[in-house]
Design a protein around this ligand. Structure first.
Ligand SMILES: NC(=O)C1=CN([C@@H]2O[C@H](COP(=O)(O)OP(=O)(O)OC[C@H]3O[C@@H](n4cnc5c(N)ncnc54)[C@H](OP(=O)(O)O)[C@@H]3O)[C@@H](O)[C@H]2O)C=CC1
Ligand SMILES: CC(=O)[C@@H](O)[C@H](O)COP(=O)(O)O
Ligand SMILES: [Mn+2]
Length: 394
């Protein structure tokens, strides 16, 4: 029986993870679940899975959950420090990192430092702290299995050759596929009028609001380039992006002999999560088998970095190095939130991200404390920039 800690249990990755675990209760036991604000859902999940611990990271929500679970055997604890402690407990076999944003970074680092098998969905953590994740993994021997569908596809194609942070010698390049999001065919001069409702309506995947907006700006693909850069130790030039609107091929590995291996499947996160939870062994999944005859054709188009500037910004951040990806990530978390709350337009996400990436001096990454301080600084500065611009316009 493997003991699993699911961080971000109330989100979309949490849903898909727990859906897979429900089908294999003979193999998995939930050790701990985490939630931020969703009291109703975490109470329901706790009563279903009866974990040892539930961690709540929002103070107000903690008080409610604690009172609602008064008579339950599960221990209800508060705060991010508890996440770090729980993922490091010796009984925990697998940690699913499903928290959204840099808020999940300390717990990712704690799991890696403890040498755990980490099933990584939280791409912002590796974007911001890739350097630290890799050096900790090299020391602790932690196994990092990517759940992000593209990176999981590459992980599947590499098979036994995969070792986190090591580029296999016979790999020429990798190709990340992108759905293109809802607007890849929309003229840029119409970006101004895009609403949050339109932006979160992803054509192929059912995901949380933040990653859905990232897919719409193609920042998601940019973050994924940075994620691939760290996981597979590949430079910018060897990471290709191809728009593939059907989202059937999840990514490809191009080998030095001209062979290309791709992983395919319907767009359903239960598939990569199953492969992650099985740790290289395939779990039976009743979900959604692929029917290529029904789909008919698979098409590919070049990604437009001029129109989707966030894609180019991510490549720039890799070239700048050091803290640049962390700056871009923090700015993007603020601008996406501002867009979702109708404080800025869709087109301004890239504009402000660009301004922030280019107004802070780039230093080397040294520690988690440095990155957390930087994250706060960038958030404050991005919010100030948005306020100044908004006041100026009104
Ligand atoms: N959804 C998907 O299919 C995919 C997601 N990913 C990545 O996985 C991560 C999660 O995405 P997704 O599940 O869509 O996001 P959701 O918004 O659906 O869920 C986010 C989860 O994180 C929790 N959370 C939010 N803010 C905080 C915080 N400050 N501290 C601690 N926990 C917090 C939420 O808790 P609560 O709801 O209780 O407030 C919730 O459990 C992201 O990094 C995303 O990029 C990658 C590939 C695919
Ligand atoms: C499911 C998943 O991995 C997402 O990151 C997905 O890739 C988003 O789709 P696009 O960013 O390609 O639109
Ligand atoms: Mn992805």
């Amino acid at each position: 029986m493997k003991q699993v800690s699911v961080l971000g249990a109330t989100g979309s990755i949490g849903d898909s993870t727990l859906a897979v675990i429900r089908k294999h209760l003979d193999q998995f036991k939930i050790h701990s679940l985490s939630a931020h604000t969703n009291v109703k859902k975490i109470v329901k999940l706790t009563l279903e899975f009866l974990p040892e611990y539930v961690v709540i990271t929002d103070e107000v929500a903690y008080v409610s959950v604690k009172s609602e679970l008064e008579n339950c055997q599960t221990k209800v604890v508060y705060g991010t420090a508890c996440l770090d402690q729980l993922v490091s407990e010796s009984v925990v076999d697998l940690v699913v990192a499903g928290i959204v944003g840099n808020a999940g970074m300390p717990s990712v680092l704690a799991a890696v430092a403890a040498g755990k098998t980490l099933l990584l969905a939280n791409k912002e953590a590796i974007v911001s702290a890739g350097h630290l994740v890799m050096s900790l993994a090299a020391k602790s021997g932690a196994k990092i299995i990517p759940l992000d569908s593209e990176h999981n596809a590459i992980y599947q194609c590499l098979g036994q050759q995969y070792q986190v942070g090591v580029r296999p010698a016979d790999v020429n390049s990798i190709t990340l596929t992108a759905s293109g999001g809802p607007f890849w065919q929309k003229p840029e001069n119409e970006f101004l009028h895009i609403t949050p409702e339109q932006a979160v309506a992803h054509p192929k995947w059912d995901m949380g609001a933040k990653i859905s907006v990232d897919s719409a700006t193609l920042m998601n693909k940019g973050l994924e380039i940075i994620e691939a850069h760290w996981l597979f130790n590949m430079p910018n030039n060897d990471i290709n992006v191809l728009v593939h609107p059907q989202s059937i091929i999840h990514s490809m590995v191009n080998f030095i002999d001209g062979s290309v291996l791709a992983q395919m499947g319907n767009p359903d996160m239960q598939i990569p999560i199953s492969y992650g939870l099985g740790v290289d062994k395939r779990l039976k999944n009743d979900a959604n088998f692929l029917n290529l005859l029904e789909i008919g054709s698979l098409t590919f188009v070049a990604a437009d970095c001029q129109k989707f500037k966030c894609l180019q910004l991510a490549r720039d951040a890799i070239s700048l190095g050091g803290i640049a990806p962390a700056i871009l990530n923090a700015a993007n978390e603020v601008t996406v939130d501002a867009f979702l709350n109708r404080r800025i337009g869709f087109n301004q996400i890239a504009e402000y991200n660009d301004r922030m990436l280019n107004q802070i001096d780039i230093e080397a990454v040294e520690s988690m404390e440095q990155l957390l301080q930087l994250d706060q600084q960038v958030r404050t500065q991005t919010n100030t920039l948005i306020k100044q611009k908004t006041n100026h316009q009104s």
